[in-house]
Design a protein around this ligand. Structure first.
Ligand code: SF4
Ligand code: SF4
Ligand code: FES
Length: 234
């Protein structure tokens, strides 16, 4: 059913039940996001896509649009909430972009630019998490994991559907783990898919570190904002 909503005061015609973050992008409004991948089920783990819907703060990747909805994206209060959420991700891990294999291809870094983050307002935790090297084709740089759960939900053993990646423990002890046996059965394509799906430089394909030259990296060529507005899976 055709409906009408407003985003930052602009009237938009759309279809009932469409996901708000997609409707916004299709109408030229960029909403930062981290865990969401267009075309895949919403995970709702990062809340970086928060906007105001009829005055209430909601994660726009979790909201189906409804007639008469009033959405605020540019509202300074919610824009600052999104920025704070991005900053928390930097404070909660150890991120040294200039020496990171994912720099220029990293969604956290790219979103940091989009929300105009300079430095985190929160104290850095400097967590100590050991790297995981056991499987043949992947290593995990655990300090960079933002616990988005993309790998947990979307990268599965092809034969059994079992999870290959899991998050163990909770709170400050949480860390990403990999099932060595299942990981060693992953096809080369699946290994590449996992490394590319990870929005940060946590899942790294062994032997492939800095494989794109500066200036030719994913977000050097086209920004995250542009890719999102063009409806690409990023
Ligand atoms: S994972 Fe992203 S944000 Fe973290 S150090 Fe690497 S490039 Fe920077
Ligand atoms: S390893 Fe990457 S994809 Fe998996 S939960 Fe951590 S950040 Fe997300
Ligand atoms: S992008 Fe919406 S909750 Fe993460």
């Amino acid at each position: 059913m055709s409906i009408s909503i407003t985003i930052d005061g602009k009237e938009i015609q759309t279809e009932e039940g469409e996901t708000l973050i997609n409707v916004a992008a299709d109408n030229g409004v960029y909403i930062p996001s981290l865990c969401y991948m267009r075309g895949k089920p919403c995970l709702g783990t990062c809340r970086v896509c928060s906007v105001k819907v009829n005055g209430n703060v909601m994660a726009s990747c979790t909201v189906p649009v409804a007639d008469g909805m009033e959405v605020a994206v540019a509202d300074p209060e919610v824009a600052d909430m999104r920025k704070a959420l991005v900053e928390i991700n930097f404070s909660e891990g150890n991120h040294n972009c200039p020496s990171c294999e994912k720099s220029g291809r990293c969604e956290l870094q790219a979103v940091g630019y989009e929300v105009e983050m300079m430095v985190s307002r929160f104290p850095y935790r400097f967590p100590v998490r050991t790297r995981e090297h056991a499987s043949e084709h992947i290593f995990l740089e655990r300090d960079r994991c933002i616990f988005c759960q993309r790998c947990v939900e979307f990268i599965r053993d092809k034969a059994t559907g079992q999870k290959i990646f899991t998050i163990s423990e909770r709170g400050t002890g949480a860390q990403i783990d990999i099932d060595e046996e299942l990981a060693n059965k992953m096809t080369p394509e699946q290994v590449t898919e996992a490394a590319e799906m990870c929005p940060v430089g946590c899942i790294i394909e062994k032997g492939l570190g800095y494989n794109d030259a500066m200036g030719k990296r994913k977000f050097d060529v086209k920004s995250l904002r542009q890719r999102t507005l063009e409806g690409e899976e990023v």
